[in-house]
Design a protein around this ligand. Structure first.
Ligand SMILES: [Zn+2]
Length: 341
């Protein structure tokens, strides 16, 4: 194996080699930065049948947030190693499809930038305009690729990395009756948050009852968890959010349920515990001390594992009929009327 320029890429290639025939993998796109050829790789395992539900795991959308890629890689590695002996896992994978794109923006990761090598913020890049009050700059801007949160040229095609995510979501996730997606980020606030759409409007999504039910079964099963669940719009609105865009695309077929979520790891806590991190560009987004990194990886594995189990058993918790109506009311109360969770 040729050594890859990124440590995360080397790790992914090792996992692929270890997984052998249990994995399906291909390169969705190759990013060229100078001499470097950096693949955007997808790895799938589990049942490919469109009749089973699926979960997509995404990381490294923002090149500086390496811990997001690390969390996705840690879960994938754990699955691959367990598949050698874990008969329960092997059986479980007959009823679910798991799709991994751990390094969506390898060029940004290689260069140490949030944006991709064209200066585009992939999470502001979808053709979706907010009609509400979006914060200046951070909500997405079209002034310059030299400034953060650049959306890319108006009316231009999406960046290849964003398009690769859209293509794989359409092929592997939206084709199913139920799919979940989790995109792992860091850099916002003191708490670990699970965000769900919308990011472009303060209105609730159509599948709010389903999102509410999913979060409730997690809270029941992991009573001492540390996540704060909320629609992203409770924090700030943005233009061009890729998950809003894909959610809206999926909603064109209302008989299918697609629930995309973002894990936002509250990195300010790591900075608070180790203020020297502030002087490192990577330190604001990643735990720099090894034991803390390990703790972060460990903590989020349960959440990713939960999503796989929840997808596989979705017929048992997805609300229908009057239960949908009840849950919508509860969710509106929790997230859209109450000022605090
Ligand atoms: Zn991010």
């Amino acid at each position: 194996m040729i050594p890859a320029p990124l440590a995360e890429q080397t790790e992914l290639e090792q996992i692929v080699a270890q997984g052998g025939g249990a994995l399906e993998t291909r390169v969705l796109h190759t990013v060229t930065v100078g001499e470097q050829e950096l693949p955007v790789r997808v790895v799938c395992l589990g049942n490919p049948d469109r009749d089973v539900p699926a979960v997509g795991f995404f990381g490294g959308v923002h090149g500086l947030e390496r811990i997001g890629a690390a969390v996705v890689l840690a879960y994938l590695r754990s699955l691959v190693l367990r598949l050698r002996w874990d008969a329960v896992l092997s059986r479980a994978l007959e009823s679910v499809r798991l799709v991994f794109v751990p390094i969506v923006n390898p060029g940004g990761m290689w260069r140490g930038t949030r944006a991709n090598p064209n200066g585009v913020d992939l999470m502001r890049n979808a053709p979706l305009e907010s009609a509400e009050r979006v914060p200046f700059m951070v909500g997405g801007q079209r002034f310059s690729a030299g400034l953060p949160w650049y959306r890319g040229p108006a009316a231009g095609p999406m960046e290849a990395e964003s398009q690769a995510v859209c293509d794989i979501v359409e092929q592997e996730l939206l084709a199913r009756e139920l799919s979940l997606a989790i995109d792992c980020h860091s850099g916002f606030g003191l708490h670990d948050r699970i965000w769900f759409p919308y990011a472009h409007t303060t209105l609730p999504i159509e599948h709010l009852p389903e999102m509410h039910a999913l979060m409730e079964i997690f809270e029941e099963a992991y009573a001492h968890h540390n996540y704060l669940f909320e629609p992203q719009s409770r924090q700030y609105l943005t233009h061009g959010d890729l998950w809003d865009y894909l959610y809206l695309k999926a909603a064109a077929r209302p008989e299918r349920v697609f629930l995309p979520m973002t894990l936002e790891m509250g990195s300010w806590l790591w900075v608070k515990k180790n203020p020297r991190q502030l002087f490192s560009r990577h330190g604001i987004f990643n735990p720099l001390i090894q034991h803390r990194q390990q703790r972060v990886l460990r903590r989020h594995l349960s959440w990713l594992e939960f999503l796989s189990h929840a997808a596989s058993g979705y017929r048992r918790w997805l609300p229908v009929g009057a239960e949908r109506v009840r849950r919508r009311q509860l969710a509106i109360q929790r997230w859209y009327l109450a000022t605090r969770q």
